[in-house]
Write a protein that binds this ligand. Sequence first.
Ligand SMILES: Cc1cc2nc3c(=O)[nH]c(=O)nc-3n(C[C@H](O)[C@H](O)[C@H](O)COP(=O)(O)O)c2cc1C
Length: 162
Amino acid sequence: MITQKHITILEKALHEQGLFVTCGKNPPNLMSTHWGSIGYFFNRWVFILPVRQNKLSHEIIDQTGEFTVSVPYTDLRNAIMKADIISGRKVDKFIELHLHPVKAKQVNSFVVGDCGLHLECKVIYTSEITRAVLNDAIFDELYSKKDYHTMYFAEIIMVWEK
Ligand SMILES: Cc1cc2nc3c(=O)[nH]c(=O)nc-3n(C[C@H](O)[C@H](O)[C@H](O)COP(=O)(O)O)c2cc1C
């Protein structure tokens, strides 16, 4: 189960280089994030992941209801930044970024084998960001193109270190 040590490592990664999210399997798709949150909801440990509605990852998570989070233990900043500018619609990002997919243990997807800590997550609640209840300054700063995030609340069903 998740420990305080895992939470500290994960929060540090969110503040620093970021982390990877993998979903799907044929091939698995990859995105980077430095937004996200770990918390206790619905009597469960949950990872909250924001994904913009136009991303392939959004489409896959809607279909599968699952994803994994992989936290680098080494400097993978280059791959994290590059994952931003290539879309899984055009290329296999694991191949393109020279990363190694390793089969997840509980969900039907993969983790990034080059990372040290992995969370396997199942979506239990979904919430859309909408203009009506969004602060004006945040809208101007982040959503002027109206490409809102969906917030996926996902139960962390397994945690493991390499
Ligand atoms: C540091 C960093 C953080 C990011 N955070 C998010 C995020 O929280 N949500 C999101 O939808 N995209 C985020 N992105 C962008 C996605 O990683 C990127 O668009 C990715 O290529 C999506 O791929 P897809 O269309 O294949 O799913 C971030 C990118 C970087 C480099």
